[in-house]
Ligand binder design. Sequence first.
Ligand code: ZN
Ligand code: ZN
Length: 411
Amino acid sequence: MTARKILFLVLDGISDRPCPELEGKTPLQSAKKPNLDTFAREGICGIMDTIAPGIRPGSDTAHLALLGYDPNRFYTGRGPLECEGTGIKMHPGMIGFRCNFATLLHDGNISDRRAGRIHDTIALSEAIQRQIDLSKFGVEFTFRSGAGHRAALALKGKGLGHCVSSNDPKKEGVPPLAINAVKQTKKDKKTAAVCNEFIKQANAILSEHPLNKERQRKRLPQANTVLLRGAGEMGVFEPFSQKYGINGSVISAASLIAGIGTALGLKRVHVDGITGSQDSNLFGKILAAQNELRSQDFVLVNIKGADESGHDGLAKQKTAFIEKIDAAIAPLRSLQECIIVICADHSTPCTIKDHSADPVPVIIWGDGVRTDDVVRFDEISCPKGGLNRIPGSSLVPTALDLINRAHKYGA
Ligand code: ZN
Ligand code: ZN
């Protein structure tokens, strides 16, 4: 039998290095994970350089590479993809920023870069959208709330560049910076001027907003300014369906990953209770993936929590979260006519609390797969498998071939 569908399960940052807290094992090696190990035993395993050996990927560039979009060509900064992730439809040439609501004191200093980790900023974003006027620059904008204190800003207009600095001072107790043109071109100078005007008008609107008056009464940090960073110009992405001839969905709590999906034309699926953290509704995600596979050819699921533990340097927490993932994916073992790819997007070693270039373990499971001798899903076992060492860009083509949808090269 030949499988007809593809499920990509990307376990964000799950790959690691030996951890002293785990007697020199990696979290994947020390976790009890019967389901992941069964996929390894029944599938073909290998190790993967998401982008290339020695390149430390971000989650964004890694996911582009895993989907077959060379980040060298397609990555234009995080801002435009974050905009997509908040639901702003970005068109080529638009300039995108990721934003934070922050707290500005009377003395002009930032006292909290996350405005007390405020939630529910939609009323603030709507006020900004309604009241800010950038027409003197011939520029239209869209401003949307993201998760928690986050938001995104998109600019549309003639003669806008994307090489501008951020106003985020990256620390508290100092004033926000002015946004400047990095390359001093006319386009970049215009974008910098637009941004500085945007922030000036936003500050006036936010400081008068009833929600901030109420926060003041409750002695909560006000969300009375906006920090802009990650400027980028939206590029041209060949839609996934056109590139591969299959349709697909994306399921991710991380707006950046969801934004990459929608930028490529994947359908975004919302699931209640997903947080991108340890407490995420993993069962809901897996159920949603199974539902999507009824109508879609391809589903990308990103599970983020292990990356968070890696950044926090918590090897035991990471191990426990791997066991939680393992329990949640049990229903996938009975999936019919589906190729399941299980991998990480990069390593996030607890010992370095950041992403590393260490290659990541990968399993391909399903009908037609040539099973190898590997019986465990971890960084040390998988390289002995039949896939050997592959680049991330090979993953979609390999899976497509297994569902018999790869184009024949030559006669
Ligand atoms: Zn990642
Ligand atoms: Zn990370």
